[in-house]
Design a protein around this ligand. Structure first.
Ligand code: ADP
Ligand code: ASP
Ligand code: MG
Length: 450
């Protein structure tokens, strides 16, 4: 069944950071009657505090101090509500649950507890935001996303189960949408046993896209703190410009190669179901934003520049490599066995270098001694960090004449490592030393877009 004109709207952390930011979001929802499902992130800063609690050895009093910072954010919103009595008890019981987990003695090494703790940010913001929305006259209801967002049991990076999510949301959400707006949590899911899981940092965008797919929505809006997807991160250069339109493929490449405005997997459901995605600013909705669609009017050779920080490059070599069939296979089998996935690869006659997929900050931890020891049994291994990956995203980059010379001439003064054309025609990447990456992005931006 295709729902007529259903829109899913997602609001990020800064958009629900406090009461007045939440009011802007409520106005956006009230103005579009097609918006029937609202996905919210935790209020800005809350997930960072929860991560600190989950991953840092703290004394009880240190933990309580962090919890106090969370309480200040949540109560700051609660006290502004017209009808605070309606949810005060619920908020308090959530904060009690959070505190109990934060002080749990096994928290540091139990990933199920960490995920349960991380889910509280979205559970509290969605509770509060539902009340804000109700006070603007919208018939809103808070919906526990764990009833529908089925994942596997990989805590902190759970994998959504698409068919289950579809069945469950069609059954439990869709019938409600004729009379209500459901406000639910981004980032959070539950596995087959009902244990709480999370989708990885920034995962609320992904939740919105997954629900849009499951409910056959026509559009999915990502409301954030910038007026669209820009030619590069506007925090790197004030010359960056918002793009009115992007293709699914271009946006997927940008997200994958580090444009934080979209979680890397956001475009997958949109692509599968041809759901157009909008990115705009909840503070300045009148400024419009970026529409991400299947067919764009233009396919320029250069669309945007992205940067992914903290890359880890591994170089493996053995003098025997030239005559050693199966060497690469051996290397990659070990990598796969340790649940690491390879991102970029370059080979020469005597060495192979690769980078590892780097979901925010976790690779250094994952590329552990066991993996390195196993590799070192049969080859020399050099691990280098301090690199950032810079990617130019565009169209027909393999075949268009002059693409690489234009890119390289603008950064000729810098040392580039591991230059790679992607497996598709939409990107070209290279590693650069982290101290240079800001200047390199600025130089490239000047030469390609200004
Ligand atoms: P939210 O909390 O709403 O999910 P995020 O902080 O995750 O917001 O994403 C928005 C941020 O993404 C922007 O503030 C911006 O600094 C960063 N960003 C990185 N690359 C881009 C880009 N190409 N276009 C727009 N924003 C970008
Ligand atoms: N609150 C989560 C985070 O900060 C998810 C999100 O904001 O998308 O990572
Ligand atoms: Mg985000």
């Amino acid at each position: 069944m295709t729902s007529l004109n259903l829109n899913i709207a997602k609001f990020g952390g800064t958009s629900v950071a406090n009461f007045s930011a939440m009011q802007n979001c409520a106005d956006i929802i009230a103005k579009n009657t097609a918006t029937k499902v609202v996905v919210v992130s935790a209020s800005a800063g809350v997930t960072n505090h929860l991560v600190t609690l989950a991953n840092t050895p703290l004394t009880q009093s240190q933990s309580l101090q962090v919890i106090d910072q969370i309480k200040t954010i949540e109560y700051g919103i609660l006290k502004e509500l017209e009808n605070r009595n309606a949810i005060e008890n619920k908020l308090e019981s959530l904060l009690d649950g959070l505190t109990e987990l934060a002080l749990h003695e096994e928290l540091l090494h139990r990933y199920d507890l960490k995920d349960a703790l991380l889910s509280f940010g979205e559970r509290m913001s969605s509770l509060l935001f539902t009340e804000v929305l109700k006070s603007t006259g919208v018939n809103a209801e808070n919906f526990d996303v764990r009833k529908v967002l089925r994942t596997d049991g990989t805590y902190t990076e759970a994998v959504p189960q698409i068919d289950d999510i579809r069945d469950l949301s069609q059954r439990l959400m869709l019938p409600e949408l004729s009379s209500k707006v459901l406000v639910t949590q981004g980032f959070v899911g539950a596995d087959f046993n009902g244990n709480t899981t999370t989708l990885g940092r920034g995962g609320s965008d992904f939740t919105a896209a997954l629900l849009a797919e499951a409910l056959d929505a026509t559009s999915c809006e990502i409301w954030t703190d910038v007026v669209g997807v820009y030619t590069t991160d506007p925090r790197i250069t004030d010359r960056a410009r918002p793009l009115p339109e992007l293709s699914f493929e271009e946006a997927a490449e940008m997200a994958n190669f580090g444009a934080k405005v979209l979680h890397p997997a956001t475009m997958e459901p949109a692509l599968r179901k041809n759901i157009k995605v909008f990115v705009g600013s909840s503070k300045e909705p009148e400024k419009g934003g970026t529409w991400i669609v299947r067919d764009c009017e233009q396919e320029p050779p250069y669309r945007a520049i992205t940067r992914r920080k903290q890359q880890v490059m591994v170089t493996v070599k053995t003098p025997k490599m030239m005559h050693a069939p199966g060497f690469l296979q051996q290397v990659f089998t070990i990598i796969a066995k340790h649940n690491l996935s390879v991102d970029l690869v370059t080979t020469s006659e005597i060495a192979v270098s690769f980078t590892l997929d780097n979901p925010a900050n976790s690779v250094a931890e994952k590329l552990n001694r066991d993996t390195l020891d196993e590799l070192r049994e049969f080859c020399e291994v050099v691990v280098e960090s301090d690199y950032d990956l810079v990617t130019v995203v565009g169209n027909n980059m393999h075949s268009a004449a002059g693409v690489s010379s234009k890119i390289f001439s603008s950064v000729r003064d810098y040392n580039l490592r591991m230059i790679c054309y992607g497996a598709n025609p939409h990107n070209m990447s290279f590693l650069v030393h982290q101290d240079n990456s800001t200047n390199i992005v600025k130089e490239l931006h000047k030469s390609l877009f200004e």
